[in-house]
Design a protein around this ligand. Structure first.
Ligand SMILES: *Cc1c(COP(=O)(O)O)cnc(C)c1O
Length: 429
């Protein structure tokens, strides 16, 4: 990439959550393979982010590439209205087989946020079909469910964009953030949530949450007993439970799905991110036969959604292959090995003055700091150290591809240790 390309990028191209007038620097990446990203100047960076939870098998995977090429030779796309194709059937067979047994019906969509929109529309149509007016959702503080409007309305009201869109977003109910994974469980930890359900259940369409790991809303891990209580309460008050496993799905937390930590099954499940192994955008919303039949027997006679690129054959083919690799690859061992190494390397950082908390679960390691990081300075520091780690706010976190070697993982944890020892890489407040 030429300096002119970078200037064009800065002047014309929006990046995620970035100012157009004062953009932070972007690093030009020209290739990626295994667990390494190659910069335009040929430097190699060890990837600590899996491109936001997605590239679980590493980049440029020969089998994923092969699946794409084979599908491309047949057809890259065909509409899904009135047409089906082998790639969609192969993928959905796998999804139905690997998710909890009650989840039998699959809706394919283009991104995580759309999967969340679909899940919320399913809950609304379900109650409408039953002749009940239930249009509110109950969720947890510190949650994140995506950037489209319905998804935004169930994101944490403080650290997301509620104030920006006040009056435009529907107002849902927020239970306090649940207690930590590593603290002893006390039954009263779910009292506030129960109270909200007792008071509002007749208006509630569903409870929507990220099971066990709250991702972009704060990288918090919470107690499986809490999730278990949510399921019990949903059963008692006949509420639907939507599990957003877009970040946690496919092994990241040490279980294939984070719901398994609490041995529960949701009524609606959203997956995305790692679904295609980080190759293409694709998401899926799965639900039970009961929910699907109820919706289908309602006034509309169908579920009212149908993206243009629904069931895109390239995305389905590469997703089916990614799930095959996951199941052949001993992901449990990979994730457990990463967890052990993250634990050993990061836990000692808790005694550092900049560090407020360190937590590790599965292939996720989080160092929470007292002061917000100086993004530009810390990003540059990490690139200097030969690693790709993208912190935000007070969070420096790692979620490497499952195939990372112990040596490469040590490069990542060493870089985090070095960063927290540099007061200059943090903002004053
Ligand atoms: C990333 C994420 C989403 C949104 O997915 P996109 O593909 O970015 O739209 C929704 N829910 C959770 C839990 C996520 O981590």
């Amino acid at each position: 990439m030429t300096p002119d390309d970078l200037a064009f990028d800065r002047d014309h191209i929006w990046h995620p959550y970035t100012s157009m007038s004062q953009p932070l620097p972007c690093y030009p990446v020209v290739a990626a393979a295994g667990t390494s990203l190659q910069l335009a100047d040929s430097r190699q960076l060890v990837d600590g982010m899996s491109s936001w939870w997605a590239a679980i098998h590493g980049y440029n995977h020969p089998r994923l590439n092969q699946a794409l090429q084979a599908q491309m030779a047949e057809m890259s796309h065909v509409m899904f209205g009135g047409i089906t194709h082998p790639a969609a059937v192969a993928l959905c067979r796998r999804l139905v087989a690997m998710t909890p047994s009650q989840l039998e019906c699959v809706f394919l969509a283009d991104s995580g946020s759309v999967a969340v929109e679909v899940s919320m529309k399913m809950a609304l149509q379900y109650w409408q079909a039953k002749g009940e007016k239930r249009q509110r959702f109950l969720t947890l503080r510190n949650g994140y469910h995506g950037d489209t409007f319905a998804a935004m309305s169930v994101c944490d009201p403080q650290n997301s964009m509620h104030s920006l869109y006040q009056g435009y977003l529907p107002e849902h109910l927020f239970a306090p953030a649940p207690p930590r994974f590593d603290q002893p469980w006390q039954e009263q930890d779910a009292d506030a949530l129960e109270q909200l359900i007792v008071e509002h259940h007749q208006q509630l369409a569903a409870v929507i949450l990220e099971p066990i790991v709250q991702g972009a809303g704060g990288m918090r891990f919470y107690h499986p007993r809490y999730l278990h209580r949510v399921r019990e309460l949903c059963d008692r008050y006949q509420l639907l439970l939507i599990a957003d496993e877009i970040a946690t799905g496919f092994g990241r937390t040490g279980r294939l799905f984070a719901c398994e930590h609490a041995a529960i099954s949701p009524d609606i499940l959203c997956v995305g991110k790692a679904l295609t192994g980080g190759t293409m955008t694709l998401s899926a919303t799965l639900t039970t036969r009961t929910v699907a039949d109820t919706i289908s027997n309602g006034a509309a006679g169908c579920f009212m959604h149908g993206p243009t690129f629904m069931g895109n054959p390239l995305a389905c083919a590469v997703a089916a292959e990614s799930l095959a690799i996951l199941q052949e690859n001993h992901w449990q061992t990979q994730v457990m090995d990463i967890e052990r190494q993250l634990h050993t390397a990061l836990m000692p950082l808790s005694s550092q003055p900049e560090v407020a908390d360190v937590r590790v679960l599965g292939a996720i390691g989080v160092v929470e700091t007292h002061r917000p990081v100086n993004m530009a300075a810390m990003q540059a520091f990490f690139v200097e150290q030969g690693v790709w780690i993208r912190p935000f706010g007070r969070l420096i976190y790692l979620m490497p591809p499952y195939v990372i070697s112990p040596q490469a993982l040590a490069r990542l944890t060493d870089a985090v240790s070095a960063a927290v020892a540099h007061p200059a890489l943090f903002n004053s407040q």
